[in-house]
Design a protein around this ligand. Structure first.
Ligand SMILES: Cc1cc2nc3c(=O)[nH]c(=O)nc-3n(C[C@H](O)[C@H](O)[C@H](O)COP(=O)(O)OP(=O)(O)OC[C@H]3O[C@@H](n4cnc5c(N)ncnc54)[C@H](O)[C@@H]3O)c2cc1C
Length: 353
């Protein structure tokens, strides 16, 4: 009998890989919640393909939006709210965003300052607003739970408390080592896919990869003056309505001692977005969440492929601050790449330090 493919790490990357593979091979998804797990922190985040500085679009942005739509459809999970308002913060950005709306009219509408003010009086946007019609805000933990249930219903095994501790690859299999509630165990697999997010740091073999960690924090607040027509906003950070709360993300820390939330960052986040959404000033902080994003310095794109010197042990990481778009996109491409690793796009191939 064919050994299963094992995916270690059930954040958005591992989940989307599982959703694409579940009908093609026996599958086991094993996750163990680490303090740095990023997907678990994103109680509301944005699927937004715009790179703020010049309004450029992320790699394969429309395919990524399509892939996210497909995952959401498959799981029956709608965005919290569709679309995103991206505020221009300078004259240069105003020109760049206006040009982006002109070249991609099917994705964007440009709202000059007066039009933006008339439509969204609660938004200070003296350089105008770029309205994205696709993407939107998502509750990532809810998406993950729906995804794991979907995988189980399709016959995949899901272990929510198995910690990967090591692996050994041979010519015809990989032996994955886990610690679960019943103690240590080994598990033979035909392939092992490592989608561990920040958990990669605990494996010497993975620290040779060209990856770095960026801590991020978001907060939720109760804002008494919240406008009834509040929509997801991106402005140096992001603001997303979530039930009776407003979620504000997110910070970027390249050096940090631990992955836990910090009070000073909570205040910084609130202050930063209040410049454009002044009704947030004085909002009452409800909770703070933090996690670790994994980025690939130089490309800022995901990293996918067999580990150097391996054929059956793959890494799937580097979702950086765009897991909601890159997770579904890479998941949709993965089956073909596993079939023929020579077809992996060079932009996302495995890089070592
Ligand atoms: C504050 C913050 C805000 C963000 N906002 C957005 C946003 O608005 N939009 C967006 O697209 N992205 C956002 N991101 C980024 C997004 O969260 C990441 O891109 C995404 O979560 C990465 O997914 P991943 O599956 O690679 O890693 P993770 O989400 O970190 O998942 C890895 C999983 O592997 C598990 N694991 C680790 N080690 C082991 C082990 N040894 N054994 C078993 N399991 C293990 C972890 O517990 C975790 O469940 C944000 C991130 C942060 C921190």
């Amino acid at each position: 009998m064919e050994h299963p493919t094992v995916i270690a790490g059930a954040g958005i990357a591992g989940l989307c890989a599982g959703l694409s593979l579940a009908d093609r091979c026996p599958l086991l998804l094993a996750d163990w919640k680490t303090p740095e797990a990023a997907s678990a922190a994103v109680i509301a985040g944005l699927a937004n393909p715009v790179i703020p500085r010049r309004g450029n679009l992320v790699w394969r942005s429309e395919a990524a939006l399509d892939a996210l739509d497909e995952v959401a459809r498959q799981l029956g999970v709608a965005p919290l709210q569709p679309g995103v308002l991206r505020i221009a913060t300078s004259w240069d950005q105003m020109d760049a965003y206006r040009a982006r709306a002109a070249s991609h009219g099917h994705l964007f509408t440009w709202h000059p300052p007066a039009a933006s003010k008339a439509q969204w009086p609660w938004l200070l946007a003296p350089h105008g607003t770029l309205e994205l019609h696709r993407g939107g805000s998502f509750d990532l933990p809810t998406l993950l739970q729906a995804g794991l249930r979907n995988l189980e219903s399709r016959g995949a095994s899901v272990r929510r408390d198995w910690r990967l501790t090591g692996w050994t690859e041979s010519a015809d299999s990989v032996i994955a080592e886990f610690v679960g509630p019943d103690g240590p165990r080994t598990f033979p697999c035909s392939r092992l896919i490592l989608s561990l997010g920040g958990g990669f740091q605990h494996f010497e073999d993975l620290t040779q990869l060209k990856l770095s960690c960026v801590k991020g924090q978001l907060i939720s607040v109760i804002a008494p003056d919240r406008p009834p027509d509040l929509r997801p906003v991106s402005v140096g950070g992001y603001v997303v309505p979530l039930d009776n709360r407003v979620v504000i993300g997110s910070s970027y820390q390249h050096s940090f001692d631990d992955p836990l939330p910090e009070n000073a960052l909570t205040e910084e986040l609130l202050e930063k977005v209040s410049r454009h959404l002044p009704w947030l000033r004085g909002a009452q902080v409800d909770a703070a969440h933090a996690g670790v994003r994994v980025t690939v310095p130089g490309t800022r794109l995901p990293m996918v492929g067999p580990l150097p010197g391996h054929t059956r042990t793959w890494v799937l990481t580097g979702m950086a601050s765009r897991g909601l778009l890159m997770g579904p996109l890479i998941g949709s491409l993965l089956p073909g790449w596993l079939e023929d690793p020579g077809t992996i796009s060079s932009e996302v191939a495995v890089r070592i330090r």
